[in-house]
Design a protein around this ligand. Structure first.
Ligand SMILES: Nc1ncnc2c1ncn2[C@@H]1O[C@H](COP(=O)(O)OP(=O)(O)OP(=O)(O)O)[C@@H](O)[C@H]1O
Ligand SMILES: [Mg+2]
Length: 116
């Protein structure tokens, strides 16, 4: 099935939990999922811009937040999220956007946009 839904996944520092929860509550998304994960970005878990290519990456505790939204809302949402997370420092987080095939709401049988 081809819906006009997208999944926004944010991975950022644990310290941003409240900020992100508040931000997403204010834009009134239809639901969200928070997961605790381990991760690193291009600095391999260090605070350095230049990391030796042989350095073994260090995985740091992060939160991963997923929100499903109509695709036409993606740009608005990612702008709000980026603004909320931005400090300008390494490790501010990353936002991944995926297109979504379908959602089925178990209780009602609603699918696609109706389900969120
Ligand atoms: N290429 C990637 N593939 C999968 N997960 C990634 C990737 N890059 C970042 N992540 C996830 O996103 C988290 C946050 O990444 P981070 O903010 O450090 O991104 P970055 O690209 O290194 O940017 P910055 O240079 O600002 O730190 C990582 O801890 C990791 O879980
Ligand atoms: Mg990084």
């Amino acid at each position: 099935m081809n819906t006009n839904l997208s999944r926004i996944e944010i991975i950022c520092d644990m310290s941003k939990f409240q900020t992100l929860k508040k931000c997403l509550s204010e834009v009134r998304v239809g639901g969200m999922t928070f997961t605790q994960v381990l991760g690193c970005g291009v600095e391999k878990g260090t605070k350095e811009y230049e990391v030796d290519e042989n350095y073994e990456m260090e995985l740091l505790p992060k939160i991963q937040v997923a929100v499903v939204t109509p695709t036409d809302q993606v740009e608005t949402l990612t702008n709000v999220i980026q603004k909320a997370l931005y400090t300008g420092h390494i490790g501010d987080g990353k936002i991944f956007v995926y297109s979504l095939d379908n959602v089925i709401r178990v209780r009602t049988g609603d699918t696609g946009e109706e389900a969120i």
